[in-house]
Design a protein around this ligand. Sequence first.
Ligand code: SAM
Length: 262
Amino acid sequence: MELFPVKSYLEYLFKARHYKGHGIHSPFMFELVSDVLFDRHPYYAFDEIRRYREKLKNSHQVIEVKDHGAGSHKLKSNIRKVSDIYRSSAIKKKYGEILFRLITRYKNKNIVELGTSLGVSTMYLALTGNSNIVYTIEGCPETAAVARAGFKNSGLKNVNLINKTFEDALPEIFKEIDTIDLLFVDGHHKKDATLRYFEMCKQKAGNDSIFVFDDIHWSKGMEEAWEIIRNDDAVTISADLYQLGLIFFRKECQKQHYIIRY
Ligand SMILES: C[S@@+](CC[C@H](N)C(=O)[O-])C[C@H]1O[C@@H](n2cnc3c(N)ncnc32)[C@H](O)[C@@H]1O
């Protein structure tokens, strides 16, 4: 086992607090913790996602993967079983449910996702029942094809999957939308790349936008990127859940960083 994640996780455990609504002065943050992070209300949409997960877990399909990002810590060959890709890259249930509850609570309309993979996280973003549109970007054609089939099968009409690199797809999306209301960054986990996408997407951030970064402690470089992002002048509230980092731009809130035991 690599030493970096162990050290970084122990540091997180040491600093993280069990908030669950106590000791929070910001009303916005209080609501975020109680209504979004620690709400355990079951939604019908989760059944649909559970069925899709089962299908991927039991799939015998093999595809050729073209990597545009930082690669996988776990999978080395580019000929991969869909079931292995699912196990190594699909968002964990409890974090996917946060994305779903964020959108359910804050009614974000224009959603942008960097890193579709098989589309599991996209389903949490798209199945919220609000009239939102999800632009999701995946560079690998065969991976994107599996996701596309999954969206079709689930009857999703509000997903626009763009099979390009993030760099090429973002300017196209920006021609169509004024603000990114929710951004989920889950691909190309390198410091410089992450900061580049942040700078690009920040141009489209409004006061109520929410940006969510996955794997903020995946490597030293990702941790450095996260530190720079949360300290950016445009960012007021930030929350570190170890797996995910959330940032908010709300000018009415004081700048504050929360490390939350999740
Ligand atoms: C961790 S996976 C995404 C998992 C997905 N969000 C989920 O939870 O189900 C990252 C994906 O991003 C894609 N990717 C990485 N860097 C990219 C880039 N620069 N342009 C386009 N796609 C990229 C990879 O091909 C991979 O499928």
